[in-house]
Design a protein around this ligand. Structure first.
Ligand code: PMP
Length: 351
């Protein structure tokens, strides 16, 4: 703290990202990256840009990428916003699409960037408790609010809310923007993009960091009514925040064009998730049903933090949250078959 800091900075409680250690011999299952690499076609498209045109500024409007995403989801390019990771997209949403006089609603166990953005933009928030089974109850989101946001599947629980219930929340808030953060939807959920043409207050965000294996590149996007997209574009341009760089635009476009690779990678993660969940249950863990590329599990006889530390000593990194109600849980990213073998062998030795 310094006397030169503004009161806003004094009050900030910044987001703490998961550890990103050097990979030497570590089994890294702590930040929900995709264990399979990006599409070879995406890598080739990026290599071409690097060899060819990095001296040129990128297209400030990402026209080709937006068209590709629009075609993929059968919407128009005017319904698509792209940003440097969905975290940037979320920042613009909190600033520009939520009404700041009333509290923003999100689940109490959810993505921890939401309260950070509320702090940054000085927006009130209300954390709505999940039910006993860690599910979102749509009827809790009919109370007065300045906007609603929730991940689907939720993070870090992995629990998925069926589209009919998502729709219930959207329909209950016709005068507020409802944001469905679908960072993990490609691992078995249905996207709410199917609903955007019916609900001008619905905005869906997604990322290429998980199912398309490009976390290091930073590309996220939002799809919704043109008026919502126009607001995000205004905010982005007012912050002078940068368009996607050339490498990102080319890589993201090519990733969307390689459907076969995308399907194969997602199916691989889903198959491994089912296998890991079953094996964990065999070890006595309670595992929440997950539609994401991670599982959330607790052992009734072992403290979550102890398990995390013991795994760490074996070079296996998983995520633990020191928060009420979930402090005994581990969030374990689904890795390759070999990584998951190492995780399960490590746990067997510890338990
Ligand atoms: N939403 C949720 C629920 C997440 O877990 C993450 C990843 N930490 C993000 C958004 C942000 O993803 P990115 O900025 O990599 O697109």
């Amino acid at each position: 703290m310094s006397k030169y800091w503004s009161p806003v900075v004094n009050d900030l409680v910044p987001y703490v990202p998961g550890e990103q250690p050097k990979l030497d011999n570590l089994v890294k299952l702590n930040t929900n990256e995709n264990p399979y690499g990006p599409s070879p076609k995406a890598l080739a498209a990026m290599a071409e840009v690097i060899g060819d045109s990095l001296r040129l500024y990128p297209d400030p409007e990402s026209v080709e990428l937006k068209q590709t995403i629009a075609d993929y989801y059968r919407v128009t390019p005017e319904q698509v916003f792209v940003g440097n990771g969905s975290d940037e997209v979320l920042a613009h949403i909190f600033f520009g699409l939520f009404q700041h006089e009333q509290p923003i609603l999100f689940p109490d166990i959810s993505y921890s960037f939401y309260p950070v953005y509320c702090g940054l933009y000085r927006v009130e928030s209300r954390a709505v408790p999940l039910n006993e089974q860690f599910e979102i109850d749509p009827s809790d989101y009919a109370q007065p609010n300045g906007g609603v946001i929730f991940p689907n599947p939720n993070a870090p629980t992995g629990r998925y809310l069926p589209l009919a219930q998502v729709e219930q929340i959207v329909a209950a808030n016709p005068d507020r923007v409802v944001v469905v953060d679908e960072a993990y939807v490609d691992f078995g959920g249905d996207t709410a993009i199917a609903l955007v043409d019916r609900y001008p207050n619905l905005l869906v965000t997604q990322t290429l960091s998980k199912s398309r294996s490009l976390a290091g590149m930073r590309v996220g996007f939002a799809i919704g009514d043109c008026a919502l997209i126009e607001a995000l574009q205004r905010v982005k341009n007012s912050f002078n925040s940068y368009p996607l760089d050339r490498v990102a635009q080319a890589g993201a476009k090519a990733a969307f064009e390689d459907e076969a690779y995308f399907r194969e990678a997602c199916d691989g993660v889903i198959a491994q998730r089912d296998r890991v969940s079953e094996a964990l249950e065999g070890f006595g863990f309670e595992v929440l049903p997950s539609k994401a590329n991670f599982v959330f599990a607790r052992h009734p006889e072992r403290r979550g933090e102890d398990l995390m530390t013991a795994l760490r000593a074996k070079g296996i990194i998983v995520r633990h949250f020191n928060k009420p109600r979930i402090s005994d849980y581990l969030r374990i990213t689904i890795g390759t078959q070999e990584q998951n073998d190492a995780l399960l062998a490590g746990l067997q030795e510890i338990l």
